[in-house]
Design a binder for this molecule. Structure first.
Ligand SMILES: Nc1ncnc2c1ncn2[C@@H]1O[C@H](COP(=O)(O)OP(=O)(O)O)[C@@H](O)[C@H]1O
Ligand SMILES: [Mg+2]
Length: 484
């Protein structure tokens, strides 16, 4: 009886009617209308290329619209009653924006066709209420990531592949204005002395920006979009991320409270996998989640969510994942889930796994199970814990039972390329055995990877445990696929 856990809905930063606490509204710049018109005059002729080619006309038209938009935006900022913006409905706002825009266009003597007018009106609405050029990409459900490399180059990731879009900012100032709008809505600041910032958009998307001079060719922005409906186990099986047999094994692993680490590179599907695996947790359990950016969407009833917080500009008020984890241990959890272990919190995570919070899970950034273990060792060392390597390893070996490797392959497909059990220590070395793997066999002419999942034929170290807990997996699950 899983009841859907709903995130409280929060309005977009800077959206009409939003009651964002803290931070001034980032609309303090209100240049004169004359400036707006002058800048249009100045820049328009210069844009005429010497030899117009066939694509140039479209480009010119786009540039012209882009210019107009900026100028109109300035006029809007001057004429709109910003206080009234807070309470206006979307319709009122659109009507008001269109009225001011039409008037300004008329004063400028600019005539637009219906399409242009519509695009302009929509874009202006986004400029005033939302995130400008980014807004359409944010609203596009097929887009996973948005990557801005300076004002003129915006990539998106769809289906695991990067694509260059034709969306652009007018210039660096325009881009900076949008960045400023986003970060000031969450009470942060970004400028020359604080050149990078991590934030979460009100819709849950993760936002990171780095501005010049550290970003050499213009501000860099990365947005990992928040998926309202996270992929579940069935979806992932359907997409070929892993097989039903692997899913059955994972269900047994989660239900019998193995401690699990999902390992993988950036964007390989770690969080998605962690979230899907959590679906196997019994609804009666008390789960505490700890994340740097709250992304997980557990379906259980009894979930306590924590999100760490970086220090403010004065360096105060920071609450680390480690702080959250320490406190979580006093909050009687049945399971602890840490979104991503990247630093000193590794100590407390391993300790939690070793001291009765079985069934805890986290993700790490690593390229294989072996590599994952080295990462854990590194993190322990970096946390300043002086411990003989053997002691460190036996701590890891007794804490972690399973490493699940998520990978994004070069054709964009995301797969669970390995499921590996940690079985103990042999001398100074952590012993592990792979149970399932993705076997690549070749490439199609259009560079799609050909391969299949297979069991390795190794008997699970946990079969007895599974059986005792009532998960009697059919032996066929563990039989390797025979090549035809
Ligand atoms: N098996 C999959 N098939 C298709 N899309 C996936 C799959 N796994 C993850 N994704 C998508 O890939 C993106 C990155 O996944 P995420 O779990 O956030 O990666 P990570 O945590 O490793 O950075 C998300 O938009 C997610 O919806
Ligand atoms: Mg992640």
């Amino acid at each position: 009886m899983f009841s859907k856990y709903k995130k409280p809905s929060v309005p977009l930063p800077g959206a009409a009617g939003s009651a964002q606490a803290g931070g001034p509204r980032p609309v303090a710049v209100a240049p004169k209308a004359e400036d707006a018109r002058q800048s249009l005059m100045k820049t328009m002729p210069a844009r005429r290329p010497a030899e117009p080619g066939p694509g140039d006309k479209d480009k010119r038209r786009k540039d012209r619209l882009q210019e107009l938009k900026l100028d109109l935006h300035k006029a809007l900022l001057e004429n709109l009653n910003l206080a009234a913006l807070e309470t206006a409905t979307e319709q009122e706002l659109r009507t008001e924006i269109n009225a001011i825009a039409n008037e300004t266009l008329e004063e400028m003597g600019v005539v637009l066709n219906r399409d242009e007018r519509q695009t302009l009106s929509q874009d202006l609405f986004f400029e005033v209420t939302g995130l400008g050029p980014l807004e359409t990409l944010l609203k596009d459900d097929t887009v996973n990531d948005i990557l801005v490399n300076g004002p003129q180059q915006i990539f998106v990731e769809r289906n695991g592949k990067l694509e260059l879009t034709d969306v652009t900012f007018k210039d660096e100032r325009h881009l900076l204005r949008i960045i400023d709008k986003i970060v000031s809505a969450v009470g942060r600041r970004v400028d020359e002395s604080n050149p990078y910032v991590d934030a979460r958009l009100a819709d849950g998307s993760r936002f990171n920006a780095m501005v010049p001079p550290i970003a050499v060719d213009g501000s860099l922005v990365s947005i990992r979009k928040f998926k309202k409906d996270k992929l579940g186990i069935e979806d992932l099986v359907r997409f070929g991320a892993f097989t039903e047999e692997m899913a059955a094994y994972l269900q047994a692993a989660v239900s019998t409270r193995l401690n699990i680490i999902v390992s993988g590179g950036t964007g390989s599907g770690k969080t998605t996998t962690l979230n899907a695996l959590s679906g196997f947790i019994d609804d009666a359990e008390r789960i505490l989640t700890i994340e740097d950016t709250a992304e997980l969407q557990l379906q259980q009833t009894h979930v306590g969510r924590m999100e760490s917080r970086p220090p403010n500009v004065e360096g105060k008020g920071g609450v680390s994942q480690r702080d959250c984890l320490k406190n979580a241990l006093r909050m009687r959890p049945d399971r602890i889930i840490v979104g991503e272990t990247r630093g000193e919190e590794v100590i407390d995570m391993l300790q939690a796994m070793n001291t009765g919070h079985d069934g805890s899970m986290t993700t790490i950034h690593a390229n294989s199970a072996r590599d994952g273990v080295s990462r854990l060792e590194n993190m322990i060392a970096m946390a300043g814990i002086e411990m003989p390597i053997k002691a460190m390893r036996s701590q890891i070996a007794s804490a972690v039972n399973l490493i699940v490797q998520a990978s994004r392959l070069q054709d964009g497909s995301r797969r669970m390329t390995s499921i590996t059990e940690i079985t103990g220590m042999e001398g100074d070395v952590i012993s592990m055995q792979e149970i399932f793997r993705y076997q690549r066999v070749g490439l199609t002419p259009d560079n799609k990877i050909i391969g299949h999942f297979t069991a390795t034929g190794v008997r699970s170290h946990f079969s007895e445990r599974f059986k005792l807990w009532g998960y009697d997996l059919p032996p066929a699950i563990f039989e390797p696929m025979v090549a035809e």
